[in-house]
Design a protein around this ligand. Structure first.
Ligand code: DGL
Length: 245
């Protein structure tokens, strides 16, 4: 099986890492729209337009399944993308919610959703979690982490100051939904900030859990063949890929 993975930039590599670790596919085609990242501060119509253009890129490959490894795209563009494609396209929000549900936290445990402005404004995570009965949810727009990750900054003073800026007023959560695929790349720093207390819900691990639950996939004997493409600064993306993968 050949799978496509689409993200606004480098963040979807965190999903690729999970796909490579679990080795369920023969080939992975990654496309990061680095020319136009970040998507998170943009309007719904722009996010949909960019996502449909990315779909055109994938028409060059005969993929069986596409994962939009971008929460922002998953929050807004899936119906339009699925309407224009003859293979299934999966987002990462449903699987993230499923992963949290499977973690057996109690419904009044504090849950932090960190995501881009667009994803938070869509309310997709909050509504899904409230439907499941979770009562203690904090939603935070934490888009400043996106350019830090795109710059290859995964630890250090700048990141610490950004975490302080966003988190100084909140109680330590029991679980953090990393509602942006860029955020697993700073997962260690986040855990350090919160004294290793919260469980991190990671879109990559969550989508693998989802694929294993709903698709009939077998672990491959050979490692997947990964091809990485970007709409700009391919060298920068490959550098992050080298470090992360
Ligand atoms: N990685 C994307 C996500 O999961 C967002 C980053 C951006 O703002 O483009 O939401």
């Amino acid at each position: 099986m050949k799978i496509g993975v689409f993200d606004s930039g480098a963040g979807g590599l965190s999903v690729v890492k999970s796909l490579l670790t679990h080795n369920l596919f023969d080939e992975i085609i990654y496309y990061g729209d680095t020319a136009r990242v970040p998507y998170g501060p943009k309007d719904k119509n722009t996010i949909i337009r960019y996502s449909l253009e990315a779909l055109e890129f994938f028409n060059n490959f005969d993929i069986d399944l596409l994962i939009t490894a971008c929460n922002t795209v998953s929050a807004y563009a899936l119906p339009e993308m699925n309407a224009q494609s003859n293979y299934p396209i999966l987002g990462v929000i449903e699987s993230g919610v499923m992963a949290l549900e499977n973690s057996n936290l109690s419904k009044d445990d504090p849950i932090l959703i960190m995501a881009t402005r667009a994803t938070i404004n869509s309310g997709r995570y909050r509504v899904a979690l409230e439907k499941l009965g979770y009562t203690n949810i904090t939603s935070l727009q934490t888009g400043l982490f996106v350019p830090l990750v795109e710059e290859g900054i995964f630890s250090g003073k700048l990141l610490e100051a950004t975490m302080e800026h966003y988190f100084s007023d909140i109680e330590t959560p029991k679980a953090i939904i990393l509602g942006c695929t860029h955020f697993p790349l700073i997962g260690d720093s986040l855990l350090y900030y919160f004294d290793h207390k919260p469980l991190l819900i990671h879109s990559g691990e969550a989508i693998v859990e989802y694929l294993e639950a709903y698709y009939d996939l077998e672990v491959k004997e050979k490692e997947a063949n990964l091809k990485i493409f970007a709409s700009d600064n391919v060298a920068g993306l490959r550098k992050i890929a080298d470090k992360w993968l």
